[in-house]
Design a protein around this ligand. Sequence first.
Ligand SMILES: [Zn+2]
Length: 670
Amino acid sequence: MKKFLIATLITSIFMACNSNDVSVEKKEPVKMEITERVVTHEVIVKGEEEVTEQTIRVAATSDVHGRIYPYDYAIDGKDDDAGLAKVSTIVNSLRGENPNMILMDDGDTVQDNSSELFNDLEIHPMVEAMNTIGYDIWTLGNHEFNFEKEFIERNISNFNGTVLSANIKNKKDGSSYVNPYQIFNVNGARVAVIGVIPPYVPMWESSSPSHFKGLEFNEILKSVQETVKKLDGQYDILIGSFHMGREDQYGGAGIYDLANKVPEFDVIFGGHEHAKYVENVNDTPIVEPGFAGWAVSKADIHVMKKDGKWLVKGIEVENIQTKTIEADQKILDEFKYVDDQAKTVANTVIGKVNETFIARPDFITGEDKVTTMPTAQLQPNAVIDLINDVQLKYAGADVSSAAFFKSEANLKEGNFHNKDVANIYKYANTLVGVNMTGENLLKFMEWSMSYYNTWNEGDVTISFNKDVRGYNYDMFAGVNYKIDLSKEAGNRVVNPMINGEAIDLAKTYKVAVNNYRFGTLTKHGWVNSKDKYYDSYEAMQDAGRIRDLIIKYTKEEKNGELAPNIHNNWEIIGVKLDYPERDAIYEMIREGKIVIPSSADGRTRNVESINRKDYIVAEEIVSYTVKTGDTLGEIANKFDIEISEILKENKNIKNADVIIAGEELIVPAN
Ligand SMILES: [Zn+2]
């Protein structure tokens, strides 16, 4: 939410001082011939002092995904947790303390955050930035293979340090594609670093075999064990520089397995998982710095020479977060052309929004900023229906479902820029089309509807389950349905119809979801991988992101003009909100006197319904049912207030002498 506000502010400043003809310093694209690379195993010397005790410092970034400036170009907003410019400041300070530091990047470096804009330059800015900062090691990540092989070849050649991967081999002769390991000599202590990549690149890139032409990707554990064996006697300290997660997503070896099965490692630096952690497994510290440049992982390995051998005395491992760190001005200056061009693209107008999609984003206040209940999750809305239309179209599906990722997601009347799409689609998900039985589709719908709390007598608001994140509430298109909130979860979907017919439990429907939700469906056993009939990532790679599909749809299907198109295919039933106190309670919510509770972690808002009864207990508002023989004077006496105060809250009383038995009165707090 904060990000959104900052983004808006920056946008307006940007728009004020820039026209569309921002001149961008462009560098000329140069294509390189792919030549055979000979992998050498020269030891790199770092420090030649005669010492008997020292601290060997190793630092690593991972999954920086195209970030140099602390900026997210998809939303055109600052991202304080990101970028090599901030990393550089930390590296300078760490290297200042220990000049022999070994600096590594564990992969997924060149892709994302508009960095593709620069793929045709002779040196990609991410590689250039790693060179400027002085990286010693670059372990390839799977996203390095998202592009034509010429691109990765060029990046490998242009990187000044050593490119690692022990499990990528040339098909023709089984030789290593890049270095499996690199040995450093730090003041006499020999430090070996081994790199690996997930072996699934051929599967992930199956729609573009040219990306990994001539290469094979071997199983990790065996590759690492073989490399360690080969290195026997050549190192004192062994480091893992692994582009892989703690657990493998397809059941192969993960970092936990490696730490357990290859005890020779002193420290393992991980990646790929986009997680931040420091753990200890089988006496081996393992660490990952998260995503985008969130942190620099650092290990200080204290070693001592005894009888001619270096022994590890202790290891300290930590993640140093970039959030509060100043970006290195030298890096900002060098890569200003990247920032300028990416911002220009973010602000490029791709179409027009004819009318604001969600007129009253907050159900109670009507404000753009949602502080009470998001209207978009209580009734059909044009934002979700646009996303669903896009998904239905490109997946050729009968049914589509999508979640509202941000309470403030909206399209405002006016120009539609590239960056605006991230406002309605926060994540870089891709589209999946999957065959699902009517029976499982219903289970999926019921699962989604568990987002709501059951409505209770007296509730004047509709609230959400504190244990369900908003991104796990899907709204459906292609199916007409009602959600009965008087029923418990699992029993709420009423009268679901597809094409005018009740859902046939035995029939198979084509359902469009994002890749994350496909994982959910698989996890619950409602579909399996064989049911997938369409995958936008396989079909179009990065252009297959739902964000990009929305842009494509706007341009190609809507001629650049978007107007709200609400399907009105669902509604909430089984609730009655219009109690006499409702307006007074809503007024108190607007005034901030009643705060709708959020989950303890603050991530889900509106987790408890506001019930009129609570306000009797809280003595904020009392509801009083008039009994036979009551007079206003007696009621006022009873609550120790003035008659005029009762009249003020109950505008329906035209004559103070005539009150009717059974009538509900609002009695304000004393
Ligand atoms: Zn990654």
